[in-house]
Ligand binder design. Structure first.
Ligand SMILES: [Zn+2]
Ligand SMILES: [Zn+2]
Length: 342
């Protein structure tokens, strides 16, 4: 039996749709799932375009990319018993080794020997996918498929807000791409006093406004001083990976504040550490992925309590056959999240 799959055939730009890929058989500790919806991530754009980052990410071609999805369990490999056939699941991208010191101490998400679903293994831009049992997450029935397909990136936003101690605080989110948007939504859900969000794209800011009560601002039109000068942030969540955006915001951080870094920077960044960190007793923290499984527990609770209004983030839907258009709108920033139906 064969299936549809989007294949990265060679270490070069592009992806190829095939109908002739064999449906894989789940080996020990693995599970075969039927993908209902997959969602395009920024990482997938890098892989699609095959830029320097993708070329250095340890991806072995040919492979199937894609890591954000909702799927249904169809076959269990030997020893897999935490799920049953027919269960609806989402996937945690970070595949831990389970053996290292970090894994043994509740930090599987930053495992010493971390590998990534859809990068170092075949992913979910296909009708069926093989998922390691340790990364499966059963999705509560009340969470709709489209939200379930986005749980992985929503989880990054929840993780960012969770570690930033946002309750009762003024939160400034830099960047209104998916991770920034989800961080802002999670900050509201976790009781932030106020949330502001910045982006160079007006359409992204308008969408953010649909998700909750936040101050939106465009740095091309409004200087950081106008937004943060009179209402200093206690928390800055950085998701742009832009040096300019970070260093413009840091001087306004309140003393004792938290800066949570989620964006990836292409270059080294120059920060005034004495002024912006030491004298303020500020805390700088990086986050990578989601805690397993605290972040998922919290995220699902917030969604089930209708506190996390993220549904507007799913802006575009395509059949897998029309993936080129999906990748196009995702890369121009026209779309927030693009969903692919295999
Ligand atoms: Zn992702
Ligand atoms: Zn490990």
């Amino acid at each position: 039996m064969t299936m549809k799959a989007l294949i990265k055939e060679t270490a070069a730009p592009g992806l190829t749709l095939t109908n002739t890929r064999e449906i894989p058989v789940p080996q020990k500790g693995k599970v075969l799932v039927r993908v209902k919806i997959a969602s395009i991530c920024g990482t997938d754009l890098h892989i699609y375009q095959w830029d320097n980052w993708a070329a250095g990410a340890g991806i072995k071609v040919p492979c199937i990319s894609g890591h954000e999805c909702v799927a249904e369990v169809v076959k269990l490999g030997e020893g897999a018993q935490s799920v049953s056939i027919g269960d609806r699941i989402s996937v945690e991208t970070h595949i831990p080794c389970g053996q290292c010191q970090l894994c043994q101490n509740g930090k599987q998400h930053i495992c010493e020997n971390l590998s990534l679903f859809g990068l170092h293994t075949d992913g979910c831009f296909s009708e069926y996918a093989i998922v390691p049992e340790v990364t499966l997450r059963k999705v509560p029935d009340a969470i709709p498929d489209e939200i379930a397909a986005m749980l992985e990136p929503i989880g990054v936003g929840v993780h960012a807000a969770q570690v930033s101690d946002v309750q009762g605080k003024n939160v400034a989110v830099l960047g209104a791409g998916p991770i920034g948007l989800f961080s802002a939504c999670a900050s509201l859900a976790l009781g932030a006093r106020s949330v502001s969000i910045s982006d160079l794209k007006q359409s992204r800011l308008e969408l953010a406004r649909e998700c909750g009560e936040m101050t939106i601002w465009n740095p091309l039109e409004t200087p950081a001083s106008t937004v943060m000068g009179s209402n200093a942030p206690d928390v800055i969540i950085e998701t742009t990976g832009s040096e300019r955006s970070l260093i413009d915001a840091l001087p306004y951080l309140r003393k004792g504040g938290n800066v949570t870094m989620a964006g990836l920077f292409r270059e080294e960044v120059s920060v005034n550490l004495s002024r912006d960190l030491v004298f303020k007793e500020a805390t700088f923290k990086g986050i990578h992925g989601r805690k397993m499984w605290d972040t998922w527990d919290l995220m699902e609770t917030l969604i089930l309590q209708n506190k996390l209004n993220v549904a507007p983030a799913a802006t575009h839907r395509f059949q897998l056959e029309d993936f080129s258009e999906g990748f196009r709108v995702a890369s121009t920033g026209e779309a927030m999240k693009v969903l692919l139906y295999p």
